[in-house]
Design a protein around this ligand. Structure first.
Ligand code: PEP
Ligand code: MG
Length: 585
């Protein structure tokens, strides 16, 4: 067969080379027939039983989630459970059987098609991509109805070390629950027809650190079982049946990547010091306490950002309530204890925008500009106080820092500080231990904050720059919208201005400033941040060693004047070129 190349969306980096393992195509193609009136209730029951069986299946998968599985996975399974319970799926198809005499499969597919069409109209990309979830749930029910085996069953031979290492899963789409079946197998990568940057496959592939390309239209139709394929996860390209020369080149690239990773792992215990002897602090971003071992493994000096909202998310399916003060305390304490004396920066709840709570109805027209983070917390004082008490109590077990997201107004800082004091008094009254000197810091992620820094440095102990939101709000680019993704530019002169001012004002005031947004983990930008005077970075643990290597190779005396020059530039293209040059120094 001739070699050909398919293009999709790059969602998870690296190179995978292996043989295609095709998953059975979507099961939505079903038999259509009318049932006699007297059998209607039996048909209704058949569908109800299939739905109940899927509920049980999801519950089992949820219960058996391996401890080290990505946090998102549990949340996604909850989403599927929610969809299954929704009357749109659990009741409307029953009505269709009763009113139109359709067989159960046909009734279900009719309703799923109807819902899918409605989703196609949604403007929000993230929500639009949730259409796939509805189809995946539908497929699960259909599989039970038709008695067909799971599309994902893998023949026993495939589990062997030799074949599994080179298996590349090719599918129309993969549901997060089904993805679990692959977790324990050393498979090389994913290719799916559907999906975008925010699709579940993409998110899970990234958190498992596996090369993947999604949105590769028709991949599952064009690629055949056992075809040799290469996934270039950086470019989103899939090469099918590559000529031996290409295969050889990619094998070399892959081997280089593996070698680089091995070399990097030796830096784990090396202090992050620039060539001219300046020590840089490298911390980890975590979502759950279970991420702490990975942070330690990467040699992090502490946790620079614990996104506490992940304790609150994905709880509507099987666990209906938000975490209590005690439950939160246990999680924060676990993180503090695991980090063995290294500081843990716990950010208070940042929900809203792209991280909604299942238990709260969000009706904002534009959630990124709505009742988000500290705004939401100040509107829900009892919930906020419970979280503050839980965080403070954890400070009795090791160094804790408290970080407040999305502050813009001085009165918001004042109100947050008053509530922290109130939480402390409540703890004193209840005779509960905490560190009374827990440092309190602000996320600088709204341009208004970066432009009124004196208000912040006067009242707070440290600052942490959230570049993800700072860029989103400075450039008016929704960070979740792929249609404007090309305009999301960390090197825009306005962004660089706000970053450098924040770092400089913090230094002048003598308070620590760190960057905890994605920019901190991008080694291509490390020197830009060093040159601005940044001495503390916080990032996903998988990025830490690459950034450390860049720091070890950097000389501040050389980098700093060049960055000063870059900060005077106004043309994007010139800045990008200058930053490329900076990496070569
Ligand atoms: C940021 O905005 O840069 C940040 C670190 O927070 P989040 O990505 O959770 O909004
Ligand atoms: Mg943010």
């Amino acid at each position: 067969m001739a070699s050909f190349t398919l293009h999709g969306i790059p969602v998870s980096r690296g190179i995978a080379i292996g043989r295609a393992h095709l998953l059975a195509p979507a099961a939505l193609d079903v038999k259509h027939y009318l049932i006699p009136e007297e059998q209607v209730e039996a048909e209704v029951q058949r569908l109800q039983m299939a739905i109940a069986a899927v509920h049980k299946e999801l519950q089992t998968i949820w219960n058996e989630l391996p401890k080290d599985s990505p946090a998102e996975l549990g949340a996604f399974i909850d989403v599927h459970a929610l969809i299954l319970s929704d009357p749109m799926i659990s009741e409307v198809p029953l009505d269709i059987i009763r009113s139109r005499y359709y067989n159960a499969e046909w009734a279900l597919v009719t309703q799923i098609d109807e819902l899918s069409a409605q989703f196609d109209e949604i403007e929000d990309t993230y929500l639009r991509e949730r259409k796939a979830d509805i189809q995946q749930v539908g497929e699960r029910v259909l599989k039970i109805l038709t008695g067909s085996p799971s599309a994902l069953q893998i023949s026993p031979g495939d589990g062997s070390e030799e074949s599994a290492g080179r298996m590349i899963v090719v599918a129309h789409d993969i549901s997060p629950a089904d993805m679990l079946q692959f977790k324990d197998r050393a498979f090389g990568g994913f290719v799916t027809d559907l999906g975008g940057q925010n699709s579940h496959t993409a998110i899970v592939a990234r958190s498992l650190d596996i090369p993947a390309a999604v949105g590769v239209t028709n991949a599952s139709a064009l690629i055949e079982q056992d075809d040799w394929i290469i996934i270039d996860g950086d470019a989103g390209v899939v090469i099918v049946d590559p000529p031996s020369k290409v295969l050889e080149q990619y094998r070399e690239r892959q081997a280089r990547l593996v070698r680089d990773r091995k070399k990097l792992s030796k830096l784990r215990k090396t202090p992050a010091v620039t060539r001219d002897g300046t020590e840089i602090t490298l911390c980890a971003n975590i979502e759950l306490p279970d991420d702490c071992p990975a942070a330690l493994e990467a040699g992090a000096s502490g946790v620079g950002l614990f996104r506490s909202e992940f304790l609150f998310m994905g709880r509507a399916g099987y666990v209906s309530k938000l975490p209590s003060e005690d439950e939160q305390f246990e999680s924060y304490r676990k993180a503090v204890v695991t980090m063995k004396g290294r500081p843990v920066t716990i950010r208070t709840l940042d929900i809203g925008a792209d991280k909604p709570l299942d238990t709260v109805e969000h009706t904002a027209l534009n959630p990124a500009l709505g009742l988000r983070a500290i705004r939401f917390c100040l509107a829900e004082p009892q919930m906020f106080l419970a979280q503050l008490r839980a965080i403070l109590r954890a400070s009795a077990f090791g160094p804790v820092k408290l970080l407040i997201p999305m502050l813009a107004h001085s009165f918001e800082i004042d109100q947050a500080l008053v509530m922290i004091e109130q939480a402390k008094s409540q703890l004193r009254e209840a005779n509960k231990k905490f560190d009374p000197l827990v440092p309190v810091g602000a996320m600088i992620e709204i341009p208004a904050a970066a432009l009124t820094l004196p208000v912040f440095v006067k009242r707070l102990d440290f600052l942490s720059i959230g570049t993800n939101d700072l860029i989103q709000y400075t450039l008016a680019i929704d960070r979740a919208d792929h249609e404007v993704a090309h305009l999301y530019e960390p090197l825009h002169p306005a962004v660089l201005y706000l970053l450098s001012t924040t770092i400089a004002v913090g230094a002048k005031a003598g308070i620590p400033v760190s960057v905890c947004g994605e920019m901190a983990g991008d080694a291509r930008l490390t020197r830009v941040l060093l040159g601005m005077g940044l001495r503390e970075f916080s990032m996903h643990p998988t990025q830490l060693l690459t950034v450390k290597q860049e720091i070890l190779n950097s000389d501040l005396a050389v980098v700093t004047p060049q960055v000063k020059r870059i900060l005077r530039m106004m043309e994007q293209k010139t800045i990008v070129e200058a930053v490329e040059q900076l990496r070569k120094l």
